[in-house]
Write a protein that binds this ligand. Structure first.
Ligand code: ADP
Length: 603
């Protein structure tokens, strides 16, 4: 015959869950949804072998139900199991006080509840005859409780409580251990995060591939507690890896693996071949797969390829002398380091390529400057000799000169001078380009500059019947720069003015001070320059106007390029305004100042 259980539970859902469980285990179940309803049914003599009652219910509580039932029916009352949350330590004593037979903590495990029911039914069978009547007063947590339960019942309750305690303490221990694991993990994670930050910083400073690789390999070894590690880049030939950084390996091993053929049986080549992170945690696995590894030297290995934008740049690996497992977080951290390193390697690669290109360009420039310097020296010497001999002949030292010979000698002289000027221009420009020009920074008087300029250009202006004038802008105006180079610029610009101004035209040189700047203007009434050529004339080898006006002073288009470069190097600028057939005005701007002469003393 099936044993009948009365469930007293105000929550219908919980009552149904209990019914389902108990019926499934062969009990017959009756449900009462309140303490009152349960008492009523029991008073009417409902045949019940055991009562399982909730404690907290609206109206009659589980304690009251139990107390009343035990009070009214004494030893013949069915045993009562209370369902308690154990939120109050007096729950158990209260249970004893009201005569309950046992309790189960909520939320209950089904096996636990079934075990308690079985236990209570068994005890009841055993002590059916020997029930001790009467009650004892006990003190518990500051209150007095009158216990009416029998000895066995009390023992039962206490053992159950003990069992409960052991279980709770086990659970506590387990959760403590779990907490400790979590704590270590959190600490580990924090350490790795701060490490990662350090790595990112160090990588941003690393310039070369070797520096980048060394940062990552060293950090990875420290974080993982590895014994060794190395990184290698794919050789330009694509069939081997070339080691760029390593830690923890013997010199012999490093020397041996300086170049690693891609078909070598090693974890690092495996990573390149598979394009994946490779994780090996056991020595036997390593020995079996990688015949080229030092036997038993390392028992666990992590390896990964450096891939950027689908291109494999190389790979790296760290290894351990002792076998060990790798958790997903280890793998993830290794991957993060790999990604960071790959990106930094890519940057370093570009940086190195750029540096190489710059070094090559600088070297080419140096060779060019050297070549031009020696070439112009070799050309200047014979040209000067030609000039010297022409002068000798012109002076009639070698005998009388006919008119026709005189004209020829003039032509030789002009061409000799042109070639000399041209060589000087090329040489100057080469020097500027090579950055080998040294500038003096001196206080230069404008008046003396303009006086010297007049001495140099006036005779040629007169010869071509071009008017020349200059207005002094006061003795007290100075510029700061290299006097010789400023003079070179002024001579060049004034020379152009003469070259591109027809006879009867005019060239005017003036000067203004604007704030911290002094502007020297060379204005001509010549042929002018088309608006779309105004910038181009400053580029090397650009000539807008040659032909008959350029006449005897033909150049090669370097004069203005050199002049602008010189003025800019002294902190100033060279600009032009011009109208075709309306003349041109070139302005040389230089940092300048006015210095009043010391006031006359005495008086
Ligand atoms: P070049 O040695 O050929 O004169 P520059 O660099 O000095 O070379 O001048 C470049 C070109 O600028 C000249 O060929 C000419 O066409 C134009 N140019 C320079 N100065 C003047 C000027 N004062 N008037 C008209 N054109 C000029």
């Amino acid at each position: 015959m099936r044993e009948r259980i009365l469930i007293v539970e105000d929550s219908r859902t919980q009552a149904e869950a209990l019914r389902f469980l108990l019926e499934e285990h062969g009990f017959e179940v009756v449900v009462a949804i309140s303490g009152e309803a349960a008492l009523e049914a029991l008073r009417l003599g409902a045949p019940v072998e055991i009562v399982v009652s909730d404690i907290v219910m609206p109206g009659m509580s589980g304690y009251d139900l139990c107390r009343t039932l035990k009070g009214e029916q004494g030893a013949s009352a069915p045993p009562v199991i209370l369902l308690t949350t154990l939120s109050d330590p007096t729950d158990i004593v209260r249970g004893l006080e009201c005569g309950a037979d046992n309790y189960v903590t909520k939320p209950y495990l089904p096996e636990q509840l079934l075990q308690r029911i079985g236990q209570v039914l068994e005890t009841r069978r055993l002590r059916r005859e020997a029930r001790t009547p009467g009650s004892t007063d006990v003190q518990f947590m500051g209150s007095t409780f009158s216990i009416s339960s029998g000895k066995e019942q009390i023992l039962d309750m206490l053992l159950s409580s003990f069992e409960e305690l052991v279980r709770a303490s086990d659970a506590l221990k387990k959760s403590r251990a779990e907490m400790a694991v979590l704590h270590t993990r959190a600490e580990d994670r924090a350490e790795r995060l701060s490490r990662l930050q350090g790595v990112t910083e160090a990588l941003s400073r690393a310039r070369t591939s070797a520096e980048v690789a060394s940062v990552v390999v060293t950090n990875a070894r420290d974080v993982f507690g590895a014994d060794a590690g190395f990184a290698a880049l794919l050789a330009p030939t694509g069939d081997a890896l070339e080691t760029v950084a390593s830690v923890g390996y013997s010199d012999a091993l490093v020397a041996r693996w300086q170049r690693i053929p891609l078909d070598a049986a090693l974890p690092i080549t495996e990573a390149v071949r598979t394009s994946e992170v490779c994780v090996f945690g056991s020595a036997s696995e390593l020995a079996e797969r990688f015949s080229d590894m030092e036997p038993a030297a390392h028992q666990a290995v992590l390896a990964a390829p450096f891939v950027v934008g689908g291109t494999t740049l190389g790979a790296w690996t760290i290894s351990f002398r002792r076998a060990r497992g790798f958790e997903p977080v280890d793998r993830e951290f290794f991957l993060t380091l790999t990604r960071q390193c790959a990106q930094a390697l890519d940057r370093a690669r570009l940086f190195e390529a750029e540096r190489q290109a710059r070094a090559e360009a600088e070297e080419a420039n140096r060779v060019k400057a050297q070549f031009l310097a020696s070439m112009s020296h070799d050309l200047r010497t014979p040209l000067n000799a030609i000039g010297g001999y022409v002068e000798l002949m012109e002076l009639g030292i070698r005998g009388p000169v006919t008119d026709a010979q005189h004209t020829d000698l003039q032509r030789i002289k002009r061409n000799q001078q042109f070639l000399l000027a041209l060589i000087n221009d090329v040489l100057n420009f080469a020097k500027l380009e090579a950055g080998s020009v040294v500038y003096a920074s001196e206080k230069v008087s404008i008046s003396s500059l303009l006086r010297d300029l007049e001495a140099m250009v006036k005779p040629q202006m007169d010869a071509k019947r071009v008017g020349y004038g200059w207005s002094p802008c006061g003795e007290s105006i100075y510029v700061r720069g290299d006097e010789e180079k400023i003079q070179q610029v002024l001579t060049n610009v004034a020379g152009n003015a003469l070259k591109f101004t027809p006879a009867e035209g005019a060239v005017e040189v003036s000067c203004v001070v604007e704030g911290d700047w002094v502007k020297l203007r060379i204005q001509d009434s010549g042929i002018g320059i088309a608006a779309d050529k105004l910038e181009a004339i400053f580029d090397p080898f650009i000539q807008v106007q040659s032909g008959e006006l350029a006449g005897d002073g033909v150049g090669i288009g370097l004069g203005l390029a050199i002049s602008r470069e010189l003025v800019r190097a002294m902190g100033g600028d060279l600009s032009v305004e011009s109208v075709v057939d309306g003349g041109s005005t070139f302005t040389v701007t230089l940092p300048g100042f006015r210095e009043n002469p010391p006031a006359a003393s005495g008086g």
